[in-house]
Design a protein around this ligand. Structure first.
Ligand code: SF4
Ligand code: ZN
Ligand code: ZN
Length: 315
C-alpha cells in the first residue's frame, strides 16, 4: 500500500494519523499544527500580554520540556516577553537528579535563564526526609503537590515573573475535572481552569498553555523535535484513581476518536453553568509566609508545622 501523504501540505509522507480530525500529517505540519493550537489556546484564554515575564515550570518530564520549547519559539515574535524556566528539586533520591540535569541542558540550548529551587532550601528538608518523619496517612503526592505549588510561586516571585505556566495537557485537564466530580468536590470542579487568576491581583496568575493538546501529541511533538526527557518514574507515584481514569480515557479515545475533546468541552460548559452556585474563591495571604491560603495559614505551612516565622528565599 502507498504510504499516506500529508493532508496539509499534500507533499510529504505522513508520519502520524490524527484520528479525531481524520487527517494524516507529515512531521513539519504536525509540529506547526501543535504550535498553532497552543497559540490559539493562549489567545482564547488571554493567557499572556506582550510584556509578560513567564515563569515556565519545567520538571524535566516530556510535557514541561515540550512546553518550554514551544513557548520559547512563540516568544521570538514578542521581543518584550521574557521567559525563565523554574525547576523544583523535591529531594527524591535517584529520581530528580536526571530531570534537573535535562532541564538545565535545554535551558542552555534555548538560552533561557534557569532557576532551580529545592524543598530543602524552603522547608529545611527534602521530600524523602520529610516523609521519613511523618506519621499521618497522607500520600507522598499530597505533600509533594502542595510543597511544589508553593516552591514554584516563590521561585517565580524571586525571578520577578508576572505569570506562571504549567504543562497540564488535555488528558490531565480531563482527569482533574473527573476526579473532582468523582470526589464530589464541586467547588474545586468549578475553580479548576486553564487560567487561574486572583481577582485582587495579589498572587501570580497560573496558566496552562498545553491544555488542549492530547498527551500523546505532546509526547510525539517532543519525539519529533528529538527532545530527551526523564525516563525514571517517581518511586512515590500512587495516584490510583487518576491512573485508572487515564487508562479509561485512553481506551475510549482509541474506540471513539474525539471523545477527549468533546468531554473536555462539556466539562468547561458544565463549569460555567455551575459557577453561580459556588462562592468565589476567598484566598487570603498566609499569615506565616504570605502565599495564597484558604484560611489563616497556607496548606504548606500547616504541613511543615510552621507557626509564625516568615519563610523567605534569598534573592
Ligand atoms: Fe511528587 Fe507524587 Fe509527582 Fe512523585 S509522583 S514527584 S511524589 S507529586
Ligand atoms: Zn505536511
Ligand atoms: Zn504559608
Amino acid at each position: 500500500m502507498e504510504p499516506a501523504t500529508c493532508s496539509f501540505c499534500q507533499r510529504n509522507q505522513a508520519f502520524y494519523r490524527r484520528e479525531y480530525e481524520g487527517v494524516n500529517l507529515c512531521k513539519n505540519c504536525f509540529k506547526a499544527s501543535i504550535e498553532k493550537k497552543v497559540r490559539r489556546t493562549i489567545g482564547t484564554w488571554k493567557m499572556f500580554t506582550p510584556d509578560d515575564h513567564i515563569a515556565v515550570a519545567v520538571s524535566g518530564g516530556k510535557d514541561s520540556v515540550a512546553m518550554l520549547m514551544i513557548l520559547a519559539k512563540l516568544s521570538t515574535k514578542f521581543p518584550r516577553t521574557k521567559i525563565t524556566a523554574v525547576t523544583v528539586e523535591e529531594g527524591i533520591a535517584g529520581y530528580r537528579e536526571e530531570a534537573v540535569e535535562l532541564a538545565s541542558d535545554y535551558c542552555r540550548k534555548l538560552d533561557v535563564r534557569h532557576e532551580v529551587i529545592s524543598f530543602k532550601e524552603i522547608y529545611g528538608r527534602g521530600l524523602d526526609e520529610f516523609l521519613r518523619d511523618k506519621t499521618e496517612r497522607l500520600t507522598a503526592c499530597a505533600y509533594c503537590g502542595v510543597f511544589r505549588r508553593k516552591a514554584i510561586n516563590l521561585a517565580a516571585r524571586k525571578v520577578g515573573a508576572t505569570k506562571i505556566a504549567t504543562a497540564h495537557n488535555l488528558d490531565d485537564m480531563l482527569q482533574t475535572y473527573m476526579l473532582n466530580l468523582l470526589e464530589g468536590d464541586v467547588d474545586r470542579f468549578v475553580r479548576f481552569s486553564p487560567i487561574l487568576q486572583d481577582p485582587r491581583g495579589r498572587f501570580l496568575a497560573r496558566v496552562k498553555p498545553l491544555c488542549e493538546i492530547p498527551e500523546r501529541e505532546v509526547a510525539l511533538y517532543g519525539f519529533s523535535e528529538g527532545l530527551r526527557f526523564q525516563s525514571a518514574s517517581c518511586p512515590y507515584m500512587t495516584e490510583a484513581l487518576r491512573n485508572e481514569l487515564r487508562s479509561i480515557f485512553n481506551r475510549l479515545e482509541i474506540a471513539h476518536p474525539g471523545v477527549l475533546f468533546s468531554s473536555y468541552s462539556a466539562m468547561l460548559k458544565l463549569r460555567e453553568l455551575a459557577k453561580p452556585g459556588v462562592p468565589p474563591s476567598a484566598l487570603e495571604s498566609c499569615q506565616s509566609c504570605g502565599e495564597p491560603a484558604s484560611s489563616i495559614m497556607c496548606e504548606a505551612c500547616r504541613m511543615v508545622g510552621v507557626t509564625s516565622e516568615r519563610i523567605e528565599v534569598a534573592a
